[in-house]
Design a protein around this ligand. Structure first.
Ligand SMILES: [Zn+2]
Length: 388
């Protein structure tokens, strides 16, 4: 039996180092006796210190518990050490893990939903279920879990042999064959489990499902309990006050306000597109040359519209901005790609496109004007050869 299972309350203890393994810039210690919880069953390892040095990870391998610390921690074999398991982390993990027992039991007993896995993260915990869970079912389950918290059900842990264990209404099949550790929550849940748990459900304070999403044919439920639930509510409160300030409305008006803003945005976008198209058309109509090379201050989107209009009337347009951005629209008159390919030999131009248009950047701004001049020359030569 592991140390934490013998005495869950023991968080400070003294022992000696049994072995030291240096590995990839880390050191792995085993101790003659340890009360650290090693990662397992979806629950992360305990945190804490050994002789004041932080323990980064604890894991079980072939029956031995290893504590991972920074290399060169000055800890050597047979050395007496003082160990501290972080109470805060242990209590938090115990709260979230016990909440999982109750949630899983409620889902199974009341809604015939099986839990297939559990993961305890830094901010929230999740369970994955075999069957899909609707938001309505999740809320009913949430109410029931909070009901049991209100009743302050006691959690008891005891050991049974296989025959004794079989007589209990166990929630899931057992993974060990002897000396089975049973965790019982009131008469709601009986489960063979090696994790850490609270002594009674009052420690869970409040249970809240944050989100339900579809996952692998079933659902993934995100939840918080205890201090995490309070922290979650505060974060929500902060988000809502920020939104209130930005949207200048009360909470109940928010959905309406957001919908309205989205509609406004769509209308403006349509108007902008129509204006762009008509402005581009006017510019093209007023352009007397068949080849136009000009510096502009337009956004990319508008340059695209302008280029399309030029190509429609069989004209060539090259537009550049002072930031080095350049567009060349040749349409059917020449290959934009081939033209720029030649210039790439002498200038640092990065871009892409095809035969009808290319867009990109002149990477060194000092080269922009010489680049554009050379491009203009090449385009004029095209025009001359076309006339011949
Ligand atoms: Zn458990």
């Amino acid at each position: 039996m592991l140390g934490y299972q013998k005495d869950q309350k023991k968080l400070s203890f003294s022992t000696r180092i049994k072995s030291v393994i240096e590995k990839e810039g880390k050191v792995l210690l085993s101790l003659e006796e340890t009360y650290f919880y090693p990662e397992g069953g979806g629950q992360p390892a305990d945190e804490g210190t050994i002789n004041g040095k932080p323990v980064h990870h604890v894991f079980l391998e072939e029956g031995e518990v290893y504590h991972q610390l920074d290399a060169f921690s000055g800890l050597t074999i047979h050395m007496p050490v003082t160990c501290e398991v972080s109470r805060k982390t242990r209590e938090d993990h115990s709260v979230q893990h016990t909440a999982q027992h109750v949630l899983t039991a409620v889902l199974k007993d009341e809604f015939s939903v099986d839990t297939v896995s559990f993961h305890l993260g830094k901010v929230h915990a999740t369970i994955d279920t075999a069957e899909e869970v609707s938001l309505d079912v999740a809320r009913q389950a949430e109410d029931m879990v909070n009901g049991y918290i209100g009743e302050d059900l006691k959690v008891s842990i005891y050991h049974k042999d296989p025959r004794g264990a079989k007589a209990l209404p166990l929630r899931k099949s057992l993974s060990v064959e002897k000396d089975i550790r049973i965790v019982q929550v009131g008469d709601v849940d009986y489960c063979g489990c090696g994790g850490t748990h609270v002594n009674s459900l009052k420690d869970l304070q409040l249970f809240k499902i944050m989100q339900v999403e579809k996952y692998k044919g079933g659902s993934r439920l995100y939840y918080v309990a205890g201090h995490r639930a309070l922290r979650y509510l505060r974060e929500m409160e902060d988000t809502i006050s920020l939104l209130k300030k930005e949207l200048l409305v009360n909470v109940d008006e928010m959905p309406f306000r957001v919908r309205q803003l989205k509609e406004d945005k769509e209308t403006l976008h349509k108007e902008k597109e129509a204006l762009s198209a008509s402005y581009a058309k006017t510019l093209v109509e007023h352009c007397k040359e068949t080849i136009q090379v000009v510096k502009v201050a337009f956004e990319d989107d508008f340059i695209q519209v302008l280029g399309q209009e030029m190509m429609k009337v069989g004209k060539i347009g090259a537009y550049y901005r002072e930031d080095g951005r350049l567009f060349l629209f040749t349409g059917q008159q020449a290959s934009a790609k081939a033209l720029l390919q030649d210039l790439k030999m002498d200038f640092r131009f990065r871009g892409g496109g095809g035969d009808t248009m290319v867009q990109g950047y002149v990477e060194v701004l000092e080269e922009l004007i010489p680049f554009v001049s050379r491009l203009y020359e090449r385009l004029l030569r095209l025009e001359v050869s076309a006339r011949l």
